[in-house]
Design a protein around this ligand. Structure first.
Ligand code: 5FX
Length: 551
């Protein structure tokens, strides 16, 4: 049903790697408007490919910050031309690609306060950045700074315990340290450092927006338990960093009203609230309306797992972030590089390149695969960082091949066991009511989903997540202004938003029997985690797995 002509609207934005998108919803979560600007195609003067510049060293990856500003000019103009009545927008929020950083030049804060509504933002802000090319999440040029930070914090695991992740090159603190060491002049000329998310919020606020706890967790700088900057990490990164970053705030904070620039230029209401912007992955968790105990598994080229965590146990693999919806809770993100491409390779070799035959092999083989299992890390895996293909038979002996049907089940069971294993390592537990939300290409294959349901012993729901980040930002805008009364989940429960579809339930195998069936596989997958020293997990190979598998 269409909303009343003057009913309030909520605007969500997503400043991602390749585009800037907007979704507008009404109070019942109906989408009433969508727009977008593609950087490569619509802002070709910046000569990006996929929204970025890859530098000659192949490690440094940046995006022009003025391209993002100009994209906002274009997007709002498009929305105005499409007839969106900005005066109805009660609140707005947004998300940005995680980890990217924006360096504001001295004096930029004054410029932001006095924006002339007769001019474009990109003209007004052309001299406002001390670094014109912002490092983005694809950058991996700060290895030295990662090593230094881990040494200062007392090791990789200690750093993970403080900040939710061991040191990663793309994480913002390490990028800041590199800039401080290699471009001292630009660093000196910087008055404030924003994440991509808080940078976009600053444009709307007409002043510097706080970094929110959830996106702040992707910096290797925030103590995820005290929710304040970690002194030890700040000290190891750059001088006076607390002043350059400003105090972090809860992700649900209302930061203030929209700046008068937007009131005069686009007709926003003076009372339109800007709710803290956050990272794209936290926003996506909000867009999926994940609940405690839920796990979302995106089955794409690489597989990604999102978790809602109550008691996090940060580890050497995966990332724990503060939860963007419930301030006291957490979320986790795990990336697995060997996803669909590996399943496809096994399909080609063992099922005549046919998904039908692949599915038939899964239907014809039992849960637990009679103790046969495989680990297929064909390219260097992220979680854990190992490479190689290893197959084990029912006696836990490494073998060079398995029969085609057994191999099909071995790859799918091995992958999902590893997803569950690494989720549990970070503190995830399956609870009554747990739902597995599956998305991505392979989520249309019922037999693959059945294995997922068996391994997690929980019903699997399918969900289209293509817009979850932008939609999540719009939900967060609404949540931000209604939070005193209701949590986002409750808002979702009463809304017309599309619900995930129940696809499969686990068959009625008793928990005890399921454990028995999966035990051989579990003993193999759990071994490196529980029996090996952390550094051996990081550098280990699957031969380590085998060493402890008789336990
Ligand atoms: C997460 O840690 C990532 O680096 C990516 O998912 C970026 O957020 C993509 F924008």
């Amino acid at each position: 049903m269409a909303s009343a002509p003057r009913a309030p609207l909520y605007l969500g934005l997503d400043l991602s790697t390749q585009q800037l998108k907007a979704v507008v919803i009404d109070g019942e979560l109906h989408v009433v408007h969508q727009s977008g600007v593609q950087f490569d195609a619509e802002l070709h003067e910046f000569r990006t490919q996929g929204g970025v510049h890859i530098h000659a060293d192949r490690l440094t990856v940046t995006s022009p910050v003025l391209m993002w500003v100009k994209a906002l000019d274009l997007l709002l103009d498009k929305m105005k031309r499409a007839g969106l009545d900005f005066s109805r927008v009660r609140a707005l929020s947004g998300s940005g690609q995680q980890h990217g950083s924006v360096f504001w030049r001295r004096g930029a804060s004054e410029t932001l306060k006095h924006l002339d509504p007769d001019q474009d933002l990109h003209q007004l802000l052309q001299d406002s950045f001390s670094v014109s090319d912002s490092p983005v999440w694809m950058d991996s040029s700060s290895t030295q700074q990662c090593e230094d930070l881990q040494a200062a914090a007392g090791g990789a695991l200690r750093l993970a315990e403080i900040t939710g992740s061991r040191a990663y090159e793309r994480f913002t603190g390490n990028q800041i340290a590199k800039l401080h060491q290699t471009r001292a002049e630009e660093f000196q000329d910087t008055e404030r450092i924003s994440l991509v998310s808080s940078f976009a919020a600053s444009l709307f606020l007409g002043g510097y927006a706080a970094i929110d706890y959830s996106d702040g967790s992707g910096m290797n700088l925030l103590d995820i338990r005290t929710r304040n900057w970690s002194e030890i990490c700040l000290q190891a990164t750059a001088p006076h960093l607390d002043q350059l970053l400003g105090a972090p705030l809860p992700s649900t904070s209302v930061l203030g009203p929209v700046s008068s620039y937007f009131v005069h230029r686009y007709g926003f209401s003076e009372s339109c609230s800007v709710v803290a912007f956050t990272g794209d992955n936290p926003a996506s968790l909000a867009g999926m309306r994940l609940q405690p105990g839920d796990v979302a598994v995106s089955l794409g080229t690489s597989d990604t797992v999102f978790l809602w965590l109550q008691q996090p146990r940060p580890a050497l693999e995966g990332h724990v972030f503060c939860n963007p919806v419930e301030q006291q809770e957490y979320m986790a993100l795990l990336c697995f590089k060997n996803g669909s491409l590996t399943r496809e390779r096994v399909r080609n070799e063992c099922a005549g390149a046919s998904w039908e035959l692949f599915s038939a092999a899964l239907s014809d083989t039992p849960l637990g695969n009679h103790g046969n299992i495989g680990f297929y890390f064909e390219t260097m895996e992220i979680t854990p960082p190992v490479i190689g293909v290893h197959r084990f038979d029912s006696a836990d002996c490494e073998v060079s091949s398995l029969s085609p049907r057994v191999e099909v089940r071995a790859v799918v069971e091995g992958q999902f066991l590893s997803r569950r294993l690494h989720a549990e390592r970070l503190g995830y537990s399956i609870i009554p009511g747990t739902r597995v939300l599956a998305t991505g290409g392979a989520s249309s294959n019922k037999e693959i989903l059945q294995v997922l349901s068996d391994v997690f012993n929980a019903p699997v729901y399918t969900i289209d997540l293509s817009d979850s980040t932008c939609l999540g930002s719009a939900y967060r805008a609404l949540h931000g202004v209604r939070q005193a009364a209701k949590a986002l989940r409750a808002i979702g429960g009463e809304s017309c938003a599309e619900e995930p579809q129940l696809s499969l339930k686990p068959p009625s195998v008793k928990s005890r029997d399921r454990h028995f069936l999966l035990k051989p596989a579990l003993s193999l997958t759990f071994t490196p985690v529980y029996l090996k020293e952390d550094h051996r997990v990081i550098t280990g190979t699957l031969s380590h797995l085998k060493m402890g598998c008789s336990l």
